[in-house]
Design a binder for this molecule. Structure first.
Ligand SMILES: *Cc1c(COP(=O)(O)O)cnc(C)c1O
Length: 393
């Protein structure tokens, strides 16, 4: 029995969508730790093997009920017809590439995407004869100019990491569709609790479930959400190539999703308070956070996001030395490049996440040596501020 209801709001979907209660009448979602499923007869087995849609359970590389529950719940949250869970965020992006691209095809991608996404496109997807053109995420004319008759996918993340620049998803979707291109959005920073790209016209959403979907830094996972037709292609890749999600991981992500809306609201509230406070601190030259009314794209962000998320960055006037001083003076914050965790994390992008970008390109992209990124967690805001204040004086 499906407990699904289309009129449910985000918090309800995050708690209840996708759970098909079994005959045991369990309250919490069960974990099906089984590699395979048994058939009632030889004829039943033969019949099941003719079905390649994932509608019947055969083998857990293809489908698994716990993983299916996570897929249905995330699809319900994003407002997509179907979800496909993967072993990581990167394998979700790879599965999209394998599903929709052939030799000779092209991708147009925002310059400000996750570092491994750039490496995946440039080092590995390129080996399949697929070219990626990188453009500024805000520059619609550049997206249009980079688009050729061979372009199949637009790929974007918004807000960008670490400068919180905003891509206009509705405008990008319109441009993509006028060229018969699919718009793929990495919705990792916002999650569907804050931004629903499919409602704004995107075709496909990819996730690193590792970040806010889990929200507690416990496991690595990913997912793709979109139309039934598109997801049938992505499912075909995952079913065959095997970057599937384990049922145990799916169960942990289901537990994470239960508090998604609450957490994203709390992350956003803490981040807005911290951004506002940072603007007034000594030695801070600029604060990048789309929730600040002074952010150049605040209006656009307010239109396409419910709130502004947990990630912000700020620039120290005195460069790298001052940035490192702030980081090293903290005693509570975790110095790590990870984000999307309940615990606040702090990092120096120029020497960590963006260290492999050439210095000139890095500066051109606005990643200065004085920049510090914070993924604001759920601690009391006064404690986060006190920890940062130690290195700001
Ligand atoms: C972490 C991350 C990824 C990659 O996800 P993994 O689960 O680490 O494979 C992709 N996109 C964004 C925006 C990320 O932050």
């Amino acid at each position: 029995m499906s407990l699904e209801n289309n009129s449910w709001g985000t918090a309800t979907r995050a708690l209840r969508s996708g759970h098909r209660r079994t005959a045991e009448r369990e309250h919490a979602e069960p974990i099906f730790t089984t590699s395979s499923f048994v058939f009632e007869s030889a004829a039943h087995a033969a019949e099941c093997f003719t079905n390649e849609t994932g509608a019947v359970n055969i083998y857990s590389r293809f489908t698994n009920p716990t993983v299916a529950c996570f897929e249905e719940r995330l699809a319900a949250l994003e407002g997509g017809e179907r979800g496909v869970a993967t072993s990581s965020g990167m394998s979700a992006i790879l599965a999209v590439c394998m599903a929709f691209l052939s030799q000779g095809d092209e991708i147009v991608c925002s310059r400000s995407v996750f570092g491994s996404t750039v490496s995946l496109f440039n080092k590995f997807v390129s080996k399949m004869g697929i070219t990626t053109h990188f453009v500024e995420l805000q520059d619609l004319a550049a997206w249009e100019a980079a688009c050729t008759s061979k372009t199949r996918l637009f790929f974007v993340e918004t807000p960008s990491n670490p400068l919180c620049e905003i891509a206009d998803l509705a405008a990008l979707a319109e441009l993509a569709h006028s060229r018969k291109v699919k718009l793929v959005v990495d919705n990792c920073f916002c999650t569907p609790a804050l931004q629903k790209p499919l409602e704004l016209g995107a075709d496909i959403v990819v996730h690193s479930a590792t970040k806010y979907l889990d929200g507690q830094g416990r496991m690595v996972g990913g997912a793709v959400v979109g139309s039934e037709q598109d997801m049938a292609e992505v499912f075909g890749v995952v079913r065959t190539a095997g970057p599937c999600m384990s049922p145990f991981n799916a169960w942990v992500f289901l537990k994470g999703l239960e508090t998604l809306k609450l957490r994203m609201e709390a992350h956003s509230a803490n981040a807005l308070q911290l951004a506002t406070w940072l603007q007034e601190q000594p030695g801070v030259k600029a604060v990048h956070y789309a929730g600040l009314p002074t952010h150049p794209q605040h209006q656009l962000a307010a239109k396409q996001m419910r709130r502004f998320g947990g990630v912000l960055s700020f620039e120290m006037e005195k460069g790298r030395e001052a940035a490192w001083k702030v980081i090293d003076a903290t005693s509570m914050l975790s110095i790590t490049a990870n984000l999307g965790d309940a615990k606040t994390t702090i990092t120096h992008p120029a020497t960590t996440t963006h260290a492999r970008v050439a210095p000139e390109a890095r500066l051109a992209a606005g990643i200065t040596d004085g920049l510090v990124r914070i993924a604001v967690g759920l601690e009391d805001i006064e404690d986060i501020q006190a920890d940062l204040a130690q290195g700001l004086c």
